[in-house]
Design a protein around this ligand. Structure first.
Ligand SMILES: [Zn+2]
Length: 448
């Protein structure tokens, strides 16, 4: 079956004989109108020249939105149907405000309905294990989209894994965060949903693999961000990349350092230009997420370009992981690949003048510490603990959180070395303090 996203794309663009080149020229025509719209209606894009080619236009950054969100507003404030405020993950701190018109929200519902067609059919039931029931939240938009497909759904209040499992019993489809669903699958291997949509965080290949084996179900991954209206791209039954909303957005992949486009198929930063946003047009918006474009046709028969694996985020400036090339995504791939690991927590800790990594495992047996140490940098001090760790108790995007409040003396396990105090460590600690300050934001803001 061809991806419903590509079928929708052909209908929206009128390109029944869809080709990559045909889609590009359709997008370029649409882009001119968008630039004209943004230049005449927003302060931020005022004076932008619609005759200039896309790759010569300046970038828009998250910091631009943080510093003056209203400068992007293209409709009268009274016509804004929803404002979403979210913490930034960049180094600047602050909060982004994203505006939506009623038409923008409707386009999101349409995409959700299109994307979910691969996972569910009329008469089935979906448990939405993310977001909440507030009006126009991600969960509420998804729920109303599913209703259009004749699919019932609930967005339960979840305080721990037990509540999530109760809500998931009997569901044909589960929508949730990767680490949380993996934990559920370890506790209830016989839950057996028909399909699972992993979203709202980095999707480790190790988790996709384990969910497929444990629940014997179809597993899909979704990539979205609030700036583009939550929903953006989802894979099809061929699992050869994410079909995205190419009628609503242009995707570029750039070298994050030079800002130049990368060669086709190469990895780089995802840059997005909106073609339909009414309330808040965005032109060459740097997402900070890393992926690549796949231009070869998909196994489903789709020919529009697709986004490859989302390889995580770029902006880890000031993170100790920069020193060792260790980040939460790498740890997730490495540690969740062990079938005995139900969940784990990672924290940067300090002991005397050194910074190290503390891993707290919820595992069905003692984790193979020797193999772990062999696969992580040898000069990274690691402490290991074992404890119950229900990821539903600390909801939000996964991260290696800073825990530098006091020296970590109460732990067991051995260090594999110490890092002397240096200007580099001082820079790291500055970055950690900043992240620690930001992580004090209300939890609801960390979940879309
Ligand atoms: Zn496909």
């Amino acid at each position: 079956m061809m991806s419903p996203v590509e079928i929708w794309l052909r209908e929206r663009t009128g390109l029944t004989g869809m080709t990559s080149a045909g889609l590009s020229s359709w997008q370029v025509n649409r882009l001119r109108e968008v630039i004209e719209y943004a230049a005449s209606r927003t302060r931020f894009y005022k004076g932008l020249d619609e005759t200039v080619s896309l790759t010569r236009l300046p970038f828009t950054t998250p910091a631009d939105i943080v510093s003056d969100p209203a400068a992007f507003l293209a409709i009268p404030p009274g016509d804004v149907a929803r404002v979403t405020t979210l913490a930034t993950s960049g180094t600047t701190g602050g909060r982004k405000r994203i505006f939506f018109s009623e038409e923008d929200l409707e386009r999101i519902r349409v995409f959700f309905a299109v994307g979910m067609r691969t996972l569910v059919r009329s008469g089935q039931y979906t448990a939405i294990l993310i977001s909440d029931t507030t009006e126009s939240s991600l969960g509420s938009l998804l729920k109303s989209a599913l209703a259009r497909l004749g699919v019932e759904s609930e967005i339960p209040v979840i305080r721990d894994a037990a509540q999530a499992i109760d809500a998931a019993r009997g569901a044909d489809c589960l929508v949730g965060m990767p680490a949380e669903l993996l934990y559920m699958s370890c506790l209830v291997p016989d839950l057996r949903p028909g399909s699972v949509l992993l979203t709202a965080d980095y999707v480790p290949a190790a988790i996709i693999d384990r969910l497929r084996r444990t629940w014997n179900c179809r597993v899909y991954s979704h990539y979205g961000l609030t700036e583009v209206g939550f929903g953006f791209a989802v894979d099809c039954n061929s699992h050869e990349g994410h079909h995205y909303r190419a009628a609503d957005f242009i995707v570029e992949i750039i070298d994050p350092l030079s800002g130049n486009p990368v060669d086709p198929g190469q990895s780089g930063e995802i840059v997005i230009t909106s073609l339909s946003n009414e309330a808040m047009p965005l032109i060459r918006y740097r997402t900070g997420d890393r992926s690549r474009l796949i231009v070869a046709p998909c196994g489903c028969g789709g020919v529009a370009p697709r986004l490859g694996r989302i390889d995580g985020r770029l902006d880890k400036n000031g993170d100790p992981g920069d020193v060792w090339n260790v980040n939460i995504h790498r740890l997730d791939e490495l540690l969740f690949a062990d079938p005995d690991v139900r969940s784990f927590d990672a924290a940067w800790i300090r002991e005397n003048e050194a910074i190290g990594l503390r891993l707290t495992f919820d595992a069905s047996r003692s984790f193979d510490e020797k193999t772990l140490r062999e696969r992580l940098p040898h000069d990274l001090p690691i402490r290991i603990r074992h404890a119950d760790f229900d990821p539903f108790l600390e909801r939000g995007k996964r991260t290696i959180r800073p825990d530098l409040s006091r020296p970590d003396r109460a732990t067991t396990g051995s260090d594999s070395g110490c890092i002397p105090c240096s200007p580099q460590i001082e820079r790291i600690e500055g970055g950690l303090r900043e992240r620690s300050r930001r992580s004090g934001l209300p939890k609801s803001e960390l979940l879309p």
